[in-house]
Design a protein around this ligand. Sequence first.
Ligand code: PLP
Length: 384
Amino acid sequence: MDISYILNELGEDRENYFNAVSPPIIQTSNFTFNSVAAFRDALTDEYEHTLYSRGDNPTLKILRQKLAALDGAEDALVFSSGVAATSIPVLALLKQGDHVVCVENPYSWTIRLFRDIMPKFGVTCTFVDGTEVKNFEEALQENTRMIYLESPNTFSYELQDIEAIAKLAKSRGIVTMIDNSYCGPLYQRPIELGIDLVMQTATKYIGGHSDVVAGVVTGKRDMLKKIFELEFMAIGAILSPHSAWLLIRGLRTLPLRQNKSFESTKVITAWLKNHSKIDKVIWPFDPGFKQSALAKKQMKGCGGLFSFTLKNSSAESIEAFCNKLQHILMAVSWGGHESLIIPSIAGIPVADYNAANPRHQLIRMYVGLEEPEYLIKDIERALG
Ligand SMILES: Cc1ncc(COP(=O)(O)O)c(C=O)c1O
């Protein structure tokens, strides 16, 4: 399906709402029925019918169709956060006694889910270095029911060979799920590589303006229906119609914004690599990136998140650099219009900083929509 069609037309039945270009926000909790038979049909199968906005809502339906088509998936479910888009499918698809193999160091709340929450329900997890397919194979147990990936990682950028891992999982009847937030559907299409469920935080590039928190999962209808019918409905982490509308609006400019972020990141990483005070730059599309071949094979483009380290890095020098930035904002998250910085040490008690730990030295930057020269000037001043 043509991407311009998906972003501008798909799901939008304009003749049903006065030929308005922008779809309405159907701000209702409830929908009425003209007959008991129609009411019964809706109550019997809420996945297929619009009954109550905890299940479905027409504004959300437009968004779901677009997100599914972008991923090349049969359907999409949308949630009130990215973490709900991970935890609800995981809770739905696993049961007591099951085992998960998860890539090491995924998003922090994904670690908490598999390490601290799922064991309460008798589900165990092994975290593996995801850069080698054999590490997944070696970690599989009789009771492994899910492999969870996040490629690239959004702090240190390790990739997993998505196609090879999906193939391994299929041969053992194991469900695969990936956090595809870094690339999104424009730059990486995991369903085409054999993955069952693709999760994204829509808070980032899809929303794109740092004003909405949301999540999405795409996949086959039967799997999504299973998730929808019990855990989705019972947990109720739903998106409001207004937030869905903001995401539809975000989608209109997704290619433009993501491309700008990608192009500016090329310029900034190249500049940083030549700076005398910079030690390392880590970005999957950097020619020197250690998994560069795999990045080029499975990603069509690259996100605007990268990390770097300072020469003679110390907690003081990292803090001094970040404190001196004037335009690049210090904050969590990414994917909006504004450029951001987060030093790894902001998440570590000062006394625990270990200069020998390469992860502690990382400074993550997200490149937003400002001109790269403007951002470079800010970095140059702060390095000075
Ligand atoms: C890679 C990744 N996955 C998942 C999430 C969770 O998304 P949300 O904040 O929308 O719940 C985040 C949030 O920063 C993230 O960076």
